[in-house]
Design a protein around this ligand. Structure first.
Ligand code: TAP
Length: 453
């Protein structure tokens, strides 16, 4: 079957901005063969040289931050301030992991009658499959540590947002990363993605996306005992206690869920508010929500852009029962896939609005009495990715953080992601961790060698 082209659309105005190749399974298999050949030499590149190449890749990305950010604004509808952070994050991730190339060693272990040494060896060609919501950083959280460990990479961006990945592939070559060490293969999940999962030459899949596709990938990979890292959905809680700085908690709550129009796996889409301060908090929160600037994401003032596609907007809309809406922010009429920040109240935890990941600018608000009830509500979810706790009592902050079953919690902050700290989910939110100092280890096999003396 020969490849065809697919249209890439700007979600802010619905205009066609590019056409990209839809690769076939056969073309994907050929890319994997090239990746396998490149692996044989990439794994032997001396560590100091591999580190220098990664540093060079980082600096090349850094010098193209504005260009990459502009592409993301047009392709994904991200606000320009977010897109600049995202492009810088790619450069940061590469710089951070360039430092691990020369530190990735094994150990000497004391044993009887001999010497025992462990070696960390790169696992082989790695397939990285990313979603459309944060195309640049999520890709780099996989390819940064993988390249550092000595693996080659085949990256599949989501079909709707391929443009920054294509540009990163070009920048890698410009930076001196050898041909075929880092390949970008555009096309659909069922053709390109599934071929990568099924091909035995790919030794690990790093997948970020929905829990449904993640679970299918884990099942398919099991036949080959292929390694997988899964970063999946979320339904995180933002817990506001009565001793919190209410001005700060209310002012920051909109960005914790409406950032990237709520298309964020870490979105704090369940707001839990202690009943004693409910009215005081909601008054401030309403003012903050109505102040969110939903506008053309290329403007410096823009705080929220559109949803990614018309069909995704339909999916978000299908969740919202207007009779449950407490208040809304504003949104442009269109063209573009706009949807206003929306706040829902008065629902029971069994309601699908409380349970399912909507992946849009919709937040539910629920009252709680005390710490125990807050923890129980936060944990009443199949997911466990992120979450925030607002309190002036550090002991309470830590107690609740330890009680919530989630991979990334913040106290008096909404920060979830730093390249230097581990990131990943409990329960249906995933398997394994990305980022942080240990990420390159997940791209290595450990070999043990015993020498008799
Ligand atoms: P998915 O539909 O799961 O798609 C994710 C990626 O997988 C896309 O590149 C998709 O390709 C590909 N894919 C689809 N079917 C596949 C298959 N059978 N085999 C291999 N690959 C396949 O998710 P989405 O709708 O793009 O993204 C939203 C989801 O991602 C949300 O649930 C969100 O929470 C989650 N997410 C999680 C995180 C972390 S870090 N935990 C971060 C961001 C997003 P095509 O779309 O091109 O067909």
């Amino acid at each position: 079957m020969s490849s065809s082209l697919f249209d890439v659309v700007n979600p802010s105005n619905e205009s066609q901005i590019s056409q990209v190749v839809r690769n076939t399974p056969e073309q994907t298999s050929r890319a994997i063969e090239r990746s396998t050949s490149a692996f044989a030499s990439w794994k032997l590149v001396p560590p100091s040289q591999r580190a220098a190449l990664l540093r060079n890749f980082s600096e090349t990305v850094r010098s193209h931050v504005k260009e990459l950010a502009d592409i993301e604004v047009a392709n994904s509808g991200h606000t320009i301030s977010n897109a600049i952070w995202e492009a810088n994050n790619v450069a940061d991730v590469l710089a951070y992991y360039s430092g691990s190339v020369e530190r990735l060693g094994g150990r000497e272990i004391p044993v009887a009658q001999g010497i025992d040494i462990t070696f960390k060896e790169p696992i082989g060609p790695v397939g990285i499959i990313v979603p459309w919501n944060f195309p640049m950083p999520i890709a780099s959280w996989g390819f940064g540590p993988a390249l550092a460990a000595g693996c080659t990479v085949v990256l599949k961006p989501a079909e709707v947002t391929p443009l920054t990945a294509i540009r990163l592939g070009e920048l890698a070559l410009e930076a001196g990363i050898p041909e075929d060490v880092f390949q970008v293969v555009t096309g659909s999940g069922s053709d390109v993605g599934e071929t990568m999962v099924l091909d035995r030459a790919i030794r690990k899949i790093v997948f970020t996306g929905s829990s449904a596709v993640g679970s299918r990938i884990q099942r398919l990979a099991a036949d080959q005992i292929k390694r997988v890292t899964l970063e999946l959905g979320g339904k995180s809680a933002n817990i506001i206690f009565d001793d919190a700085d209410l001005d700060k908690a209310a002012a920051s709550a909109p960005s914790s869920v409406f950032d990237n129009a709520g298309q964020d796996c870490c979105a704090r889409s369940r707001l839990l508010v202690q009943e004693s301060i409910y009215d005081k908090f909601m008054e401030r929160f309403e003012e903050a929500v109505k102040g969110v600037r939903v506008e053309d994401p290329s403007l410096e003032t823009s705080q929220m852009g559109p949803l990614i596609t018309a069909s995704h907007r339909e999916s978000v809309r299908s969740y919202v029962d207007e009779s449950l809406v407490l208040f809304k922010g504003s949104a442009p009429e269109g063209p573009g896939f706009w949807y206003p920040p929306t706040v829902i109240g008065g629902i029971d935890p069994s309601h699908r609005l409380f349970r399912e990941e909507i992946f849009g600018p919709v937040v539910t608000v629920t009252k709680f009495k005390d710490e125990q009830e807050a923890i129980a509500l936060a944990n009443d979810s199949d997911y466990g990715l992120s979450g925030s706790i607002w309190t002036s009592n550090l002991g309470r902050g830590l107690r609740v953080a330890r009680g919530v079953q989630s991979g990334n919690l913040s106290v008096n902050s909404h920060s979830s992601v730093r390249y230097s700290t581990p990131f990943g989910g409990y329960k249906m939110s995933g398997l394994g961790r990305e980022l942080g100092p240990d990420a390159p280890d997940s791209f290595c096999e450990v070999k043990n060698v015993f020498i008799s003396t």
